[in-house]
Design a protein around this ligand. Structure first.
Ligand code: SF4
Length: 383
């Protein structure tokens, strides 16, 4: 367990109230800016990206294991009170999905699951990792937060990347949007990257879901979090992401407030501000974003992209479609009528629907090398 006094949650309020010189610089870079200022920022961001990452783009695919969840997050289709088609893939079905992605060229996979101890039970994740590690050198997880000793076990099984987004760094908004389940605990989630680091993860991704609270506040808090992690968890590599709200099963309503909405222009500014203040951080851009917008960002600071992504369990091969059900108050409820064509409900709609090969071709056309594999366990093996 981490001593509470050294955790980010204990220092979060002070970090925002008394920003460091780096955070003050970051704050200036995300302030309203004229076109000429943004162009200069973009040029600097491009220069730094080339310097630190070359002309490369890492590609990965999410693999959804389960859309069961005990939490109610007002913005997510998997929320427990949504009457959606649910399924948890068997390990064999997970392998089928993974083989499909492997055949497309991927060697970097992110295992994603809702938080449900009954369906995504103890040992399940480990079994999935065991089954995949023979042919996927890079395995990340995006699942419910755990204790550091649980993370250590996941790492021992072969995962080395963890993604955990705070969703919103605005405490009051967080409390309002997380109405049930263990995710209600803001500080527990905030300290998750540190527990993952203590457990041995070497790649850690953080981010916020933009559209829930005032975007400049989210960005500054995310930068404060990153600065803290670089100081305290310095052996790890970090990535940041700025996912924007997308349509999903449920009806989260945007508040009509331009301070909440992260426009395309503001997202460009945000990418460049992070690159300028944190030159070595990986920046992730998912298929939530439209293809032409993704293409325009590949030179400006983004270093990692998903491609051909599906956001439902079994989305690549149809695996698990014969086991769809509802889950009501934690209990499985069989579907009354089926057409045989149903599939598990997705978490959110993606926008860039191009195949991985098409995304790779787009990158090459811009003289950027798509990187399918950038890690192998053998790198750390002792001779
Ligand atoms: S955001 Fe995550 S924790 Fe919340 S309902 Fe969706 S899957 Fe569950």
């Amino acid at each position: 367990m981490l001593p509470p006094s050294v955790s980010f949650s204990a220092q979060f309020a002070a970090a925002l109230a008394n920003p460091s010189p780096l955070l003050r610089r970051f704050e200036r870079l995300i302030a309203p800016v004229q076109d000429r200022g943004l162009e200069a920022l973009a040029r600097e961001s491009q220069r730094l990206t080339r310097h630190h990452f070359g002309r490369t783009m890492r590609l990965f695919a999410p693999l959804y294991l389960s859309n069961e969840c005990v939490n109610n997050c007002s913005y997510c289709g998997f929320s427990r009170d949504n009457g959606i088609f649910r399924v948890t893939l068997t390990v064999d079905q997970v392998v089928r999905e993974a083989r499909y992605l492997h055949d497309l060229g991927f060697r970097n996979v992110l295992l994603v699951a809702g938080e449900h101890p009954k369906f995504v039970s103890d040992g399940y994740l480990q079994e999935c990792i065991d089954a995949l590690k023979g042919f996927f050198p890079t395995i990340g997880i995006e699942v419910g937060p755990m204790e550091d000793d649980q993370y250590a076990e996941i790492v021992r099984h072969g995962a080395e990347g963890l993604v955990v987004y705070q969703e919103t760094y605005h405490r009051e908004t967080y409390q309002r949007l997380h109405t049930a389940g263990p995710k209600k605990n803001f500080d527990w989630r905030l300290d998750c990257p540190e527990r993952a680091y203590a457990g041995g993860f070497r790649r850690i991704g953080i981010g916020a879901l933009f559209g829930l609270a005032e975007w400049r506040h989210e960005a500054l808090a995310l930068a404060a979090h990153l600065e803290y992690l670089y100081k305290h968890c310095w052996k790890a590599q970090f990535t940041v992401a700025f996912p924007r709200m997308r349509p999903y099963a449920g009806n989260y309503q945007y508040e009509p407030d331009e301070n909440l909405y992260l426009s395309d222009r503001a997202l460009v500014q945000l990418v460049c501000a992070f690159r300028t203040c944190f030159p070595q951080v990986g920046i992730v851009l998912s298929t939530r974003e439209p293809a032409n917008f993704r293409d325009s960002l590949v030179h400006l600071g983004v270093t990692t992209m998903s491609a051909g992504a599906r956001t439902e369990p079994g989305g690549y091969t149809g695996a698990g479609s014969d086991d769809l059900h509802l889950t009501v108050k934690g209990r499985r409820v069989e579907l009354e009528q089926t057409t045989g064509c149903e599939k598990a409900t997705e978490q959110f709609k993606i926008d860039d629907t191009r195949s991985p090969a098409e995304v790779a071709a787009m990158l090459r056309s811009k003289q950027i090398e798509p990187v399918w594999k950038d890690w192998d366990e053998a790198i750390l093996a002792t001779p």
